[in-house]
Write a protein that binds this ligand. Structure first.
Ligand code: GDP
Length: 182
């Protein structure tokens, strides 16, 4: 299969649901595990704009949030996750974003802001999430529940949307007119 590889990293405080989201997305297709207690890598083949992309997702499970961004493989885009149920996980987002920008030396890198645990009591409003995404350079903002999304036996559109929006940024907007699902 000819494919393009895109590496994504999912970051955020411990317990916000990063691993749950990734596992939902890759449909339990666990491919590889290395540095067992530090990082897991998942792979999914995704059809996007008439190409097949090999999407590799680095899950930073178990890592201290301040060492999340390490000099590692080149990462094309980041998923910034907080829990809608946790104000402290939301407050961490700008700090993590700064770390990413500092470590890459860029002032603009593809990112999506995700508020997870939509099924629990809200501690962060949708307006606050949208405002932060705007502050981050108008990046996409998606609210999901990785829990409610599970076990439906269907492709999860909300979770797919996170990855689709990130791929759109990585690949640029030039073919926006022919947007398609993945
Ligand atoms: P991580 O440390 O960010 O990778 O977080 P995990 O994926 O390990 O999830 C932490 C806990 O939150 C687990 O018990 C999950 O089952 C739970 N969890 C994840 N997503 C959701 C969600 O959307 N809603 C609820 N209620 N629980 C969730």
């Amino acid at each position: 299969m000819s494919s393009k590889t895109r590496k994504l990293s999912i970051v955020g405080a411990r317990g916000v649901g990063k691993s749950t989201l990734v596992v939902q997305y890759v449909d339990n297709y666990f491919v590889e595990s290395y540095y067992p207690t530090i990082q897991n890598q998942f792979t999914k083949f995704v059809k996007f704009r008439n190409n097949t992309y090999e999407v590799e997702i680095l899950d930073t499970a178990g890592q201290d949030e301040f060492t999340i961004v390490q000099s590692g493989p080149i990462v094309h885009g980041y998923i910034l996750v907080f829990s809608l149920n946790s104000r402290s996980s939301f407050d961490l987002m700008p700090i993590i974003r700064d770390k990413i920008l500092d470590s890459t030396g860029k002032d603009d890198i593809p990112m999506v802001l995700v508020g997870n645990k939509l099924d629990l009591e809200r501690k962060v409003s949708k307006e606050e999430g949208l405002a932060l995404a705007k502050e981050f350079g108008n990046i996409p903002y998606v609210e999901v529940s990785a829990k409610l999304s599970g076990n439906t036996g269907e492709e999860n559109t909300d979770i797919n949307k996170i990855f689709l929006k990130l791929l759109e940024q990585i690949e640029g907007e030039k073919f926006d007119a022919q947007k398609e699902g993945c």
